[in-house]
Ligand binder design. Sequence first.
Ligand code: BQZ
Length: 688
Amino acid sequence: MHIRRAAVAALMLGVSAVAVQAEMMAPTTPPDAPKFDAQGEPIFVNRSDIADYMALPSYSEPAWVTAFVDAGKLPPVAERLPKEPLVYKAANMPDGPGVYGDVMRHVIGGRPEGWNFWAGQSYGWGGIDIGLVECLTRTGPLFTVNSSDLQPMPNLARSWEWSADGKTLTVKLIEGAKWSDGNPFDTEDIAFYWNDVIMDPEVTPLMGASEATYGNAKLAIVDPYTFTMSFDTPFPESVLYAMAYGNFCPGPSHVLKPKHPKYGGESYEAFQKAFPSDMMNFPTMGAWAVVEHRPDDIVVLRRNPYYWKVDETGQQLPYLDEMQYRLSTWADRDVQAIAGTGDFSNLEQAENYVESLKKAADPASPARLAFGPRTIGYSLLPNLSANGWGEPDARGQAVRELNRNADFRKAITYALDRQRLGDSLVKGPFTTQYPGGLYAGTSFYDAASTVFYPFSVDSAKEAFAAAGLTDSDGNGFVNVANGDDLNVTLLTQSDYATDKNLAEGVVAMMADAGLKVTLNALTGKDFDNARDAGKFDWIIYRNQTDLITVVQNTDKLAPVGPQTAINHRANPAGELDLLPFEEEMVKTVNAFIGSRDSAERIELMKTYQKLYTENLFAIGLTAYPGALIVNKRFSNIPAGAPIYMYNWAEDNIIRERVWVAADKQIGAELHPNTLPGAPGGPGPITAN
Ligand code: BQZ
């Protein structure tokens, strides 16, 4: 509008509009988010109020499990538990210690590829991997932990201690815990994870953990239950968060090692595929193990008789005997949870909000629905690599060079009407215009450090021109040197309506600003593979926990390592061609990781936020709250549980201590009174 007025004035004065010093709209701070109160507040406690490790006078198990002991198929429960199991405190259980029985019926949109998480195989998400792959520390439940005690919760690692100079961390594992097949859990599993997964360049775990994830530490085994990690810089406390879900989650070395090429395995590819999704009873440290998989239908898990956690009355956990994962779509998960044919959903696709809210408002609704904080958000990430990551063709290379041009990135952000994007998903107070970077309302967010480029098609065109792009043939789209329309491909995930709706909105808005963008919508693993291989010009991506909590996945905040940033990874030669502002971001994130001074950390995150949003490391689109939908028959669902913060709700609600009162149990177990069999053998098995 500003430019148009100036142009008209110029014409009146007989001055060519072209000569008018057109300028881009000045950036501002972001508009305030519409007020939206989360339903239910967490009850804040210290980590030791939730659980501790101790021996109890006696232990118990479901009566039908004792039949296995009587039949000589299992040792007595006390021998199946560690010397000092992890004990969940009754006072921290919203509904107290529970009773055994029943099932939680999940519905998911992913599909299990196989069980080799450590070689990058996906279990289909939606809580399967969160339940099967337990890790040294745990962060999901931290949404209920006092900020004065904010550190990862002990899990398989029961304690840790820093040396005086902060350069050595000594970690103590729980002693005497066993895999679901009875094999001991100890530092043999740590050694395999470290030496033959993290340190083996041919092996990449599902979430991409690498040496950089752990600050390039050196790991040494001390004894069966103790190891140390040594660092160049003192007190890299973020490494304790990096030991949680997705990262330091050791696999069963007794079954993995023989298949690894270093120990006689046929090849790395054979290693990755050695545990196909039709293999049953894959050993787990989780509360349930896989006993059935009907492709495109269902995955069924039964309780792990060696699970190393109990309640204060000595009952071995979990309370729920079975876990089901119906293999459907993410949208169907919402529908089934609200209808009561499913039991759980993270309501995260804003298009489903109104219908879900309407149904849940009925007092007869089988499910409770509770909105949490605004922690679901999407960004458009330009691929900032121009030195060969993703092997681009000439067109792709030209786009990457433009992505590295600040004016080009400004054109993208000016062209986006974020209000319209949010409204296209759902009208009402849910969505907010999200500039990118740290989320508003989170502990390290600072509005004054957040640069917001307002919607302005004229400014977008000015910015394209400043980047050397004009519509030379007058067809409405900017052209490249040889006269072709510049064409940008936008990678998006087709498993979610939200991702596709946002991508289509971006395509339309870019066209209005004169840029041709073509959608590349891929499903599940194809999307993940294209993302991780750098096969994209731009990507629409649902943000991860680093931009919410900062302390979880801190390394993902910037390209601090060759594989840490989604939109800027190293080329095959391991080189990162960082732009000057990216170098500054990396320095800032590394300084944050190395600091123990909370005031300094707050200032560093202000610097980070300004670098990110002023230089448009990525371009935010929209952010909104998610809602947890859980069937009303379940007890021990923590108040105010967010669907996503340090992790997803499948971790946050602590499913192993969720239970169903006897008179509310629905008899929907598919394999009642059975346990997982031997790894690779038939499962589930009966007592006799
Ligand atoms: C939650 C989550 C539990 C992954 C996945 C999926 C993958 C991504 C992301 C979410 C699904 C659900 O998210 O959408 O609500 O249940 O599984 O793991 O989107 O494609 O790669 O990062 O967490």
